[in-house]
Design a protein around this ligand. Structure first.
Ligand code: TXA
Ligand code: MG
Length: 315
């Protein structure tokens, strides 16, 4: 029996409370349009350290910093023409930019990669934007899950993941996109370090420049590229037609088999599949199945990001 909950509705009073908590150095969970974020004041080393320790995240894996606008981003980050063009089209939204940090910036160096660059994004979520504006500080927020595990898309999953160690979670029924943002390295050469809802084709239309897709760099600046990531905790098999013994089948499209079946999207919508992916992977594990087989998922649009995550989940 559960006697209390750490989940709070995002009403005016609680948004003020959450903003105060952030400003004063506490770590809380806030929804974005992609997945839940484990959020802290990006100016404070102690906040950033708390995030790393709560997540059990290796120190060499840098954190995304969230801003309320290009204007506030510009106070800390060396922005360029590419950023301005892309932000006009995609921000607020699920696109993260990697750029140099300004020398005079007071953002904690603990969030940076080893080239001293910062990953930054403007989330398209009312609750997150309200906390950014009210706290008046940039917010460091990796996905709200233990390191190498599945990201969370619902407040109840965040609560299960961290238990009493996390005392404040702002509620959201379900994040809308359900997969983490696209991570894009800007500069002389453009590189997608992690695919997401904003695709290579969409970015190309704006910049008209070659965009590389990085699979597994030798010199890893974005450990999200590590193969072992996004693990549901039981084996995952790709391109399957039926479940293994004691396993479940996660289906994209229609399916004749009736038993141990879970649908990503019956109407074959990649967008719907993306938003259901983590919820279903978690559910199947919780129901006690011993493995997850997944049917083929088209590798176009956000399907690329889905395939990227389930490939990592399966390794
Ligand atoms: O949708 C998202 O991006 C969510 C929400 C909360 O914003 N955040 C998220 O953060 O997915 P995280 O930390 O779980 O994943 C960020 C990815 C990691 O693969 C990390 O290695 C990479 O971005 N990254 C962060 N900062 C970087 C930097 N300065 N240079 C290169 N890669 C970086
Ligand atoms: Mg993550």
């Amino acid at each position: 029996m559960k006697f209390y909950s750490n989940i709070y509705q995002p009403n005016k009073k609680n948004l003020i409370k959450a903003s105060k908590l952030i400003k004063s150095g506490k770590v809380i969970a806030i929804p974005t349009e992609t997945v839940y974020g484990l959020a802290g004041n990006a100016y404070r080393n102690d906040s950033v350290k708390k995030i790393y320790s709560l997540k059990k995240r290796p120190k060499n894996n840098p954190l995304i910093v969230h801003f309320s606008s290009v204007k506030t981003m510009n106070q800390e980050v060396v922005i360029n023409e590419q950023l301005i063009k892309l932000a006009k089209k995609f921000s607020p939204g699920p696109l993260t930019y990697i750029l140099p940090l300004k020398k005079e910036s007071k953002i904690s160096k603990l969030v940076l990669n080893k080239k001293h660059q910062i990953a930054c994004r403007i989330p398209n979520n009312k609750t997150f934007l309200a906390v950014l504006k009210q706290s008046g500080v940039p917010i460091a927020a990796p996905s709200a899950n233990l390191s190498n595990k599945l990201s969370t898309t619902r407040s109840a999953d965040v609560e299960k993941e961290f238990g009493k160690k996390l005392s404040y979670i702002l509620d959201s029924k379900k994040t809308s996109i359900g997969l983490e943002s696209t991570v894009l390295l800007l500069g002389a050469s453009l590189k997608i370090l992690r695919p997401g809802a904003i695709t290579k084709e969409m970015i190309f239309k704006v910049l008209r420049k070659k965009i590389h897709e990085v699979k597994n760099q030798g010199d890893i600046i974005s450990p999200g590229q590590f193969k072992k990531h996004y693990s549901p905790g039981i084996p995952v098999y790709l391109n399957q037609k039926k479940p293994k013994p004691n396993g479940a089948l996660l289906v994209f499209g229609k399916q004749k088999i009736k038993k141990d079946i879970f649908f990503l999207s019956k109407r074959s919508s990649l967008k719907e599949a993306a938003s259901n992916l983590y919820v279903l992977l978690r559910k199947i594990k919780e129901l006690g199945y011993k493995s997850i087989s997944i049917t083929n998922i088209p590798n176009t649009g956000i399907g690329k990001a889905i395939n990227d995550r389930i490939r990592r989940a399966s390794s």
